[in-house]
Ligand binder design. Sequence first.
Ligand code: SF4
Length: 134
Amino acid sequence: MIVVSGCLLGVCCRYDGLSKPENEIIKLARLRHLLPVCPEQLGGLPTPRPPAFISGGDGFDVLEGKARVLTVEEAKDVTSYFLRGAMECKRIVEIFGVKRAILKSRSPSCGVILQTGVAAAALILSGVQVSEAG
Ligand code: SF4
């Protein structure tokens, strides 16, 4: 079983109420058991919601309390929602014994390469092999 960012499968869970379907991920859903998650929704944020970014570090720093997640326009602190979403994703991978995740690039929750998001960092620290798409 592989955890995937829900928006990569076409679920309309993005901040703007849209999705970001990736053909390769949709094809993979026919071959493997995929478990879609959206950390921001799991953290209690509404959809649509204001876009947010990590200020002062990356997802690992947010988990350690050294950086915050702020909304882009109003600089509202939404860190607690992102932390809750990351912990819920961690709980899901533990329940299902998931060892691999494919997460959406360039997201303050799911991003991996340019800046590790909060949920991605939590999964990496849990020993999940994380890659990104989209
Ligand atoms: S990138 Fe992650 S947090 Fe953002 S909409 Fe997709 S699944 Fe949800």
